[in-house]
Design a protein around this ligand. Structure first.
Ligand SMILES: Nc1ncnc2c1ncn2[C@@H]1O[C@H](COP(=O)(O)OP(=O)(O)OP(=O)(O)O)[C@@H](O)[C@H]1O
Ligand SMILES: Nc1ncnc2c1ncn2[C@@H]1O[C@H](COP(=O)(O)OP(=O)(O)OP(=O)(O)O)[C@@H](O)[C@H]1O
Ligand SMILES: [Mg+2]
Ligand SMILES: [Mg+2]
Lengths: 223, 223
């Protein structure tokens, strides 16, 4: 379902060029659950942003469901993103002036749901253990609670593909375990394709395959 | 050096009251290195904000270096904070329009350094492995790099007390190890008092004592 050929991303800062990603070719089958690991700064979030259609590569091709997406314009990318991908950002990206409930309802609005949004959002927040925090705004939540709101928001639309950038970094081991059980259940019961960036070997051990990056390049791809 | 009696923090949200912290009494000796652990939402960051003089308790007393600080006004709190505490925030709190170098120089300005600020800031960034990223702004840095800038900023002033709220949550195990070595070295060579909130038992194992919270209350305090 995901196929990249020689993906590269170069950030330009004035005359300086940062090669964040170089020649990355990976394939992810429908229904697979894979993890991406690598040192801080090795290009994991950069790769996730390309896979999640949040950014365009500097060179290389990216096929999503057989469709070339690496050269689409912003509107076309946004439309694919909203329809197919649930994305958990490394820094959550919650809207600060909306409650947890309103934040989680947002993708349902964009998807055109007229009824039942509040119930679905509430159920998603319950699934991540935040039933009693739904009316809190992000600044009224702990770090791990904000992370769980971001996870609930990514899942509320039942996406075909879940991409999570370090989803348990702010969670204690018990909460992290509950989140992984939730993700594994979606993968096993609904066939959701899952890509998780993680620094935690315990999380990676629960996925089928580990893709390793170092200095922007692929160094390992296997079980 | 740190002594609290029955510290409580209640957040008021309209008519709802959230008891984030209740009756916490702890003591930290000068030169000790302790960790604080507990489930997501158990009150760790709330406690750290009180200890770091970033907030005032609803009730209870807090003595820092024998001085009652729990009833000081904002200016007095800020003055104590800048002079004695280096604080690493769970969400980094970097200034988005300044470079990493400028962010790390900031505490030196507040402390009144006229010369050598840039060299000290550069050295701090080098110590956390970011020598080649000093002119990047936060949005031009990876999550783990932003975390390390926040750590460098907390250390650049040689504070008597380092308080770090989950300083390795976004770091791979190698970078996390390097940061811990840096912190342990400060503790052993300069007698810096260190309090680390962490979800990582590997980090906690390297401290002298673990303070555990659950639902805002102290449940364990020992080795
Ligand atoms: N401004 C606020 N208003 C209302 N409730 C708040 C506010 N800030 C925090 N809380 C609540 O207080 C409790 C403790 O929050 P705190 O941030 O101290 O938790 P924590 O132990 O640091 O959690 P984590 O490990 O997830 O970072 C949480 O349940 C949170 O929802
Ligand atoms: N907008 C940008 N401009 C310039 N350089 C950037 C920009 N964004 C990221 N970088 C650089 O690209 C490299 C890869 O960044 P990326 O965020 O993908 O790393 P990462 O693997 O996710 O790291 P972490 O584990 O710390 O989150 C880093 O060295 C970073 O400094
Ligand atoms: Mg990242
Ligand atoms: Mg916290």
């Amino acid at each position: 379902v995901i196929e990249t050929h020689n993906l590269c991303k170069v950030y330009k800062m004035g005359i300086v060029e940062v090669n964040a990603l170089c020649g990355v070719s990976i394939t992810v089958e429908r229904g697979e659950i894979v993890s991406i690991m690598g040192p801080s700064g090795s290009g994991k979030s950069t790769l996730m942003n390309l896979l999640g259609c949040l950014d365009r590569p500097t060179s290389g091709e990216y096929y999503l469901d057989g469709e070339l997406v690496s050269n689409l314009n912003d509107d076309q990318l946004a439309e694919i993103r909203n329809r197919k991908v649930g994305f958990v950002f490394q820094s959550f990206n919650l809207l600060p002036r909306m409650t947890a409930l309103a934040n989680v309802e947002l993708p349902l609005r964009y998807a055109g749901y007229r009824n039942g949004r509040t119930e679905r959002a509430r159920a998603a927040l319950e699934a991540v253990g935040l039933a009693d925090r739904i009316h809190h705004r992000p600044t009224e939540l702990s770090g791990g609670q904000q992370q769980r709101v971001a996870i609930a928001r990514a899942l509320v639309n039942d996406p075909a593909i879940l991409m999570a950038d370090e989803p348990t970094g702010n969670l204690d081991s018990k909460s992290g375990k509950e989140i992984m059980e939730l993700i594994l259940k979606l993968n096993q019961e609904r066939g959701t394709t899952v890509i998780i960036v993680t620094h935690d070997p315990n999380i990676a051990a629960q996925t089928q395959r580990v893709i390793r990056l170092r200095d922007g390049a692929l160094v390992e791809d296997g079980v």
